[in-house]
Every structure is written in C-alpha cells, then in structure tokens.
Design a protein around this ligand. Structure first.
Ligand code: GDP
Ligand code: MN
Length: 388
C-alpha cells in the first residue's frame, strides 16, 4: 500500500529521522493561515508547496514549487490544490491533487538518492544510495551505474553497522557525527513499519550542515497491515483505480492492464500463465483477474461486471480449473452473467477439472453464444483471434 509523502515523513519523524517540516492543507480557505504558520513555526520566509499524490516526478510536472515570498506561496498553493497533475508516473490521465503539503524551504548543499528495499537475490535488505540525488535515478542507473552504491544488511554476514558505514562513505558523510544514527534509524523505521520500499529522493545536506529527508516515498507490505494499525489508517481510496477498488469489494484480485483481451481465471498462477499465452499468440491482456478458489455464480458475475467496465475489452477469455470450485457451477455462473449483462464481446470458455464434462453439456445446451475450448492454448488463440 502506498502512502503520501507527508504520512511517510510522519513515520520517519517518529524514528527521529530529520525531515523537511510542514503542514498539510486540503481546504483552499486554509491556505493563507497555513503559509503563515509554516513561516512562523519554522522561521522560514520562503516555503515549498508540494502536491500530495501517490506518484513521483511531481517537481517536473509542476506539482512542487519553491516560493520565495508569501504572495508566490499563496499563488502556487491555490494553483496546485485541486489541479490535475500529470507526471511520468501518473499516466496520461494524471491525478487530482486533493491535499498539498506546505513546508519550510531549505538551502540545499547536496542532494543524495537514498532507498531501502528487499533484495530477493541476496535474501537481504539493501541500502541503495547515490551522490546523484534529486534527479531521475533510472537515468543515473542507465548512464552511470557506477554512481549507485548498494550495501546489503544480512544479519549473519553484514550487520547493519557495516552497511551504514558503506552508505556514509559512499555519500562522503563521515564527518557528520549523527549520520550513522540517522541511517540506523531509517533502517529501523523501514523494518518495523513493514515497508516494501522506503525511498528518500532527495536526502539532502543543507547549507547549515544538516542531513534531512526532503522527500519520502513509502510502500507498505499490504499483508502486514493487520499489525500496522496507524499506517493502515493512512489508506487513501481516492488514489486507487476505481475498478480495482470495486473488485476488492467483491473479493476479487483484479489489476487493470492496457490490452483488450479480458481474462477471468482462478488462481494467481493460472492467471499469470493465461496472460503469458495470450501474449504468446499476439494478444494483449486487458487485466489480471483471479476469481479465487471458491468461485460461485456471484463471483463469476461480478468478475464479468468488472471486466466489462473496461471499455478497451474486446473479448473475454475464461480459463477455470475446477478443483474446489466445480466447473458446472462456473458454467451456470457464466450463463447467468451473459444473460444479465447484455454482452457485446465474444467469450471463450475453457473449463477443466471437476465436473468439466457436465459443464460442457450445460454450456452446449444453453442458447447463449459462447466459444468453447479444450486447451489453454486453443482458448487463448481463439480469444486473441476475436480482437485481431
Ligand atoms: P518529486 O519531484 O515528486 O520527487 O518531489 P520532491 O519532494 O523530490 O521535490 C522535487 C524537487 O524540489 C527536489 O528534488 C528539490 O530539488 C526541490 N525542492 C523541494 N524542497 C526544496 C527546498 O526546501 N529547497 C530547495 N532549494 N529545493 C527544494
Ligand atoms: Mn523526490
């Protein structure tokens, strides 16, 4: 689960990690009040206005503005709050800015890239840092990969202190006494908050020699939210794809993609395999959809509704392996759904496993227009054939 910059900074601050301080505003009527509060609380005439959306690259998209005067701050805040912000991470549609963060302005001496994540290949958490901060890290990785330094934390072989030292040396911060405490605290924050990713870009050294987190991007492991009550409350529904949100209400695992072959599958593994085979036959899946192991008529119907809400969908491929779920139930669900939902796209059905024969009979007997397939390969070929 992604959270906003100001929320990530709140968590960091609770671990004594120095952050660029500020206040959030969601009501335009409070803009002037908050600007003057930031100015007086942090003794900084200049302020920074920052759009709070779950996407990076806000600066380049016009969602982060350094304002040297109160007038400029007010102008920027009024412009950014409520705007539709487009960055390289939002997609073409952009995202509406419902909240802004107004912060103290810092005089920056150096900008670093900092991240903590889990490296599966090493079975260890890893610090990733670079002296080339503030800019696109992807660009640094491509043009000068030697400027990206990694330090793994593997309790038995490389303890935290060693990794922290590597980071401090890489960023040339060894003369700053609190540096090691800061990096250890960030690690503690990352680990105790169940982060998948904790990225600070940039982490800055200010003109007055302070190390401060200027930005913060945090992704929390959703499976750990049951023990992260505070963080779970940071969930912002307005940031989610409406279809994905609806699907989760139905108990379906749905992820929207860009293609036009809708896929309804049970089991994440089979769903992935189905998408692969669709691609293999020259098609593009419109979605990932795992209806789960216990699919019934309603699940199938809801799955159809979700898939059909995507206007790009031109055919639907149903690939269900009947284990716990019986194929005849799925067949009845498909028939009901097709009858109720006024389908105007082709549907290919492949049902195998428990009661597959019965399911085929039910489908054959029904008067609805379905294409049946025996194998996953055949099914994918037929579904792709309908859209090419
Ligand atoms: P992003 O574009 O979404 O990554 O948003 P950031 O929070 O990283 O802000 C973008 C850029 O704005 C930073 O990389 C800085 O260069 C600049 N910026 C943000 N806050 C300050 C500040 O207090 N002082 C100065 N000089 N620049 C700032
Ligand atoms: Mn940033």
């Amino acid at each position: 689960m992604k959270i906003h910059e100001f929320q990530a900074k709140e968590i960091l601050a609770s671990y004594n990690v120095p952050i660029q301080r500020g206040y959030v505003v969601s009501d335009v009527n409070n803009i002037e009040k908050i600007i003057s509060k930031v100015q007086s609380d942090f003794q900084s005439n200049a302020v920074v206005v920052k759009a709070q959306i779950h996407a990076g690259g806000r600066g380049k998209g016009g969602g982060v503005k350094f304002c040297s005067t109160t007038e400029k701050a007010s102008e920027a805040a009024n412009e950014i709050l409520g705007m539709n912000l487009i960055t390289h991470q939002t997609g073409e549609a952009g995202k509406r800015v419902n909240q802004i963060l107004i912060t103290e302005a810092l005089d920056i001496k150096k900008e670093f890239y900092f991240a903590l994540m889990y490296d599966r290949s090493k079975n260890a958490d890893v610090f990733i840092v670079s002296t080339e901060g503030g800019v696109d890290i992807e660009e640094v990785a491509e043009k000068s990969p030697e400027k990206i330094i990694k330090a793994w934390i593997k309790d038995d072989t490389y303890p935290l202190a060693d990794a922290v030292n590597i980071v401090i040396n890489a960023l040339d911060l060894s003369s700053y006494k609190n540096a090691s405490e800061i990096f250890s605290n960030i690690y503690k924050c990352y680990s105790q908050s169940d982060c998948n990713l904790l990225e600070i870009n940039p982490l800055v050294l200010t003109e007055d020699e302070k190390i401060i987190a200027l930005d913060a991007k945090v992704d929390i492991d959703s499976n750990a939210l049951f023990r992260q009550e505070k963080i779970a409350s940071y969930h912002d529904e307005s940031e989610e794809d409406p279809l994905e949100l609806k699907a989760s209400e139905y108990g379906l695992n749905y992820i929207k993609l860009d293609g036009n072959v809708g896929c309804m599958v049970n089991g994440a593994g089979l769903a992935m395999a189905t998408m692969d085979i669709v691609k293999h036959h020259g098609g593009e899946p419109a979605n990932f959809l795992d209806v789960g192991g216990a699919a019934n008529v309603d699940t199938i119907k809801n799955g159809f509704k979700i898939i059909l809400s995507d206007p790009n969908v031109k055919s639907i491929l149903i690939n269900i392996f009947g284990g716990i779920v019986r194929c005849d139930r799925v067949a009845n669900g498909v028939i009901q759904a097709v009858k109720e939902l006024n389908l105007n796209v082709g549907v290919v059905v492949r049902l195998q496993g428990t009661n597959a024969k019965l399911a085929k009979e039910i489908l054959d007997k029904s008067d609805i227009d379905l294409v049946s397939a025996e194998t996953i390969d055949d099914a994918a070929k037929k579904a792709v054939g309908m859209v090419l």
